[in-house]
Design a protein around this ligand. Sequence first.
Ligand SMILES: [Ca+2]
Ligand SMILES: [Ca+2]
Length: 166
Amino acid sequence: MTKRQVVFLLLLLTVLELYKLAQASDTSLDRSEKKYFFSDTIKLNWYKAVEFCRSRGMYLLSIRNAAEREAVVKYLESTGYPKTHDKFMLWMSANDVGEEGEFHWASTGERVNYLNWSNMEPNNFEPEENCVVLEYWAQGGSNCNYTFNDRYCTLDRLFLCETLLA
Ligand SMILES: [Ca+2]
Ligand SMILES: [Ca+2]
């Protein structure tokens, strides 16, 4: 392959990826509700996920009450992802990086008041878990049913971005 062909191919791949991102972000609810961004191919550590969402004018996910949880479940189901994956974890913005055991949403600065933890979580498993995922496991019953779990911040994972309501 000539250099020119390689450059063309790279450009084509970039355009295709941008097109995919644009399409994915169009999968949103109506204007009065949060919009979400989810890619089943991009995995980042928690810090990079925060940056990625901000770079799109969005925020890493927050789920502050049952209604927000419902909206996220509905959105994820609309992507078809849970149908083909019976177990997954997504980074959310909740973390206790600033102070052990004091969980806050990085997106809003609010304390995590909505208690939606999986069984025995948060456990700050050694050496230290400080960033929170939304986890789903089809066989988990009411546990791991879009519930929260603290995990290692530096691991690359899927994540969900959202717009915040005014
Ligand atoms: Ca912790
Ligand atoms: Ca944990």
